[in-house]
Ligand binder design. Structure first.
Ligand code: NAP
Length: 493
């Protein structure tokens, strides 16, 4: 098969790695190489960061009004809409995500850029009602400088958009490092950013591996903010790197989100919500509802109906419109899933569905929708993120026990609550320690709704009205109105 060949985007130019090294990206549905990309090392990262710093100081960007930045973002959103089918196909090819899912995400992507474009010129500072009559003071929101965006492989375009749009709206420049497993669409996004009219160097993309390319970027002294999405182990490296020059951080990490089904719920909806939570995207979603907590009165019925629905999921080529579940994005991830299921069975979990690779005519990294029944919430499979199509289900007695189980986790990214009782919905939403709570729905996203986690799911929020502020510094300006000479220099004014 002929390989697609990509170059990186540095300072508005399409370049190979200075070393000439490349790496191959594999198609998850066939396990075969389909693309070749530059393998950036420290020297390439240096060029990208220097280009971003130069662009940050370039009057063409620095002096562009906030309204002007908004216009460019709006144009970028329009270009994404014009190229949506190409982007959706490319992402599905690269990371094995279902074409119907990538189409859904890409169709919505322009909204993020349009919404954030509208925020660019609403970054108002304030005038301060000072307690010093001879002084006037005001605040302004200033861009930070060079931002590093570190992106995982599961939803690269979406997870880039929620960093790129606010970073640019605030007047920063950015160097993006996508996962080596899914870089193609981020390079396309950079191409569209250039076409939209962003000056050279404002958006740069370096491709390569985490421990080399990613680490060189996150420890670079000119990087003023790191917007990271990925796993906790990598995040710890990133936090250490940031300590060198106190780069700002946002960390969107993993989860073990509870999907809590009460006996009074609409069961048809709750079953669809459970399927959406854990089997959509083959479970490779940070907000996967991987812990199913089900009230004992309906437990047996719920489990039987869930098995019936999940066993009808059509597993197949992600680029086939009829497929409902595609492969794992990487061979390593498939091995992780198999290992965690084996550990769960050894610990006493009962396998009710799946637990193996499907018998389909493909060499890709497929895994069946899997359901494990657990008697104890302290089992490893109830506590650790799988990042695959594996749900563990457990029964609970009442609201108090459901809440205790829900909060018995190192994570706190999302939670689903299924009930018709309004009071219970609000009590549970208040009690659950997570950044997102969905009541009678699951996996809903909006440009207007902040996402982010409690506890080990990270810190900082992306999307929503405050998302642009997270890419700014607050500056306070003091003006002395007095006509008197400066008083005693040894006393604080
Ligand atoms: P990962 O291994 O932590 O990788 C994330 C990114 O970090 C990739 O671009 C990776 O590059 C890079 N990286 C690896 N080592 C690095 C280092 N030493 N310094 C700097 N960058 C480095 O995570 P993943 O396996 O790709 O993604 C799965 C995780 O992301 C899960 O835990 C999931 O829950 C989480 N996630 C969270 C959200 C959210 O919004 N909260 C959304 C999606 C995913 P390479 O891939 O090239 O190694």
């Amino acid at each position: 098969m002929t390989l697609a060949r990509f170059k990186m985007c540095i300072d508005g130019q399409w370049v190979d790695a200075l070393s000439g090294k490349t790496f191959k990206s594999l198609d998850p549905s066939s396990a075969e190489a389909w693309a070749e990309l530059p393998d950036a090392d420290q020297a390439d990262v240096e060029q990208a960061v220097q280009a971003a710093q130069k662009a940050f100081e370039n009057p063409a960007w620095r002096n562009l009004s906030a309204t002007g930045r908004g216009k460019l973002l709006r144009r970028l959103g329009d270009l994404i809409a014009d190229n949506k089918e190409h982007l959706a196909q490319l992402e599905s090819r690269d990371n094995g995500k279902l074409i119907r899912e990538t189409r859904g995400q890409v169709n919505y992507l322009p909204e993020f850029f349009h919404y954030t474009a509208g925020l660019a010129d609403k970054l108002e500072g304030g005038t301060l009602p000072l307690d010093k009559p001879d002084m006037f003071a005001y605040t302004t929101h200033e861009p930070l400088g060079v931002v590093a965006g570190i992106i995982p492989w599961n939803s690269p375009l979406y997870l880039t958009a929620i960093k790129l749009a606010p970073a640019l709206a605030a007047g920063n420049t950015i160097v993006l490092k996508p996962s080596e497993h899914a870089s193609a669409t981020i390079l396309e996004l950079a191409r569209l950013a250039l076409e939209a009219g962003f000056p050279a160097g404002v958006v740069n993309v370096v491709t390569g591996f985490g421990p080399s390319t990613g680490a060189a970027l996150t420890r670079h002294p000119l990087v003023r903010k790191i917007a990271f999405t990925g796993g906790a182990a990598t995040a710890r490296h990133v936090v250490r790197s940031s300590a060198e020059n106190f780069a700002r951080l946002s960390l969107e990490l993993g989860g073990k989100s509870p999907n809590i089904i009460f006996a009074d719920a609409d069961l048809d909806s709750a079953i669809n919500g459970a399927v959406a939570g854990i089997y959509a995207a083959s479970g490779q979603s940070c907000v996967a509802g991987s812990r199913l907590l089900v009230q004992e009165d309906i437990y047996d019925d719920f489990v039987e109906r869930l098995i019936e629905r999940a066993s009808r999921i059509r597993i197949g080529n992600p680029q086939d419109d009829a497929s409902e579940m595609g492969p794992m994005a990487t061979a390593q991830q498939l091995a992780v899933v198999e290992g965690l299921v084996a550990d769960a069975l050894a610990e006493g979990a009962r396998l009710r569905l799946g637990g193996k690779r499907p018998a389909i005519d493909a060499r890709g990294w497929y895994y069946e929708p899997t359901l494990l029944e657990c008697d104890s919430h302290s089992m490893k499979i109830m506590q650790e993120e799988v990042f695959g199509p594996v749900a563990s289900v457990i029964r609970f007695k009442d609201e108090a026990q459901a809440l205790a189980m829900a909060n018995d986790s190192q994570f706190g990214l999302a939670a689903g609550i299924w009930t018709r009782d309004l009071g219970r919905a609000h009590r549970m939403a208040k009690g659950v320690r997570s950044g997102i709570v969905w009541v009678n729905t699951y996996r809903a996203v909006s440009a207007m709704a902040p996402i982010g986690g409690f506890n080990n799911s990270g810190y900082g929020r992306e999307s929503g009205i405050d998302s642009v502020l997270a890419y700014t510094e607050l500056k306070t300006v003091w003006i002395n109105l007095s006509q008197e000479p400066m008083p005693d220099p040894f006393v604080m004014r």
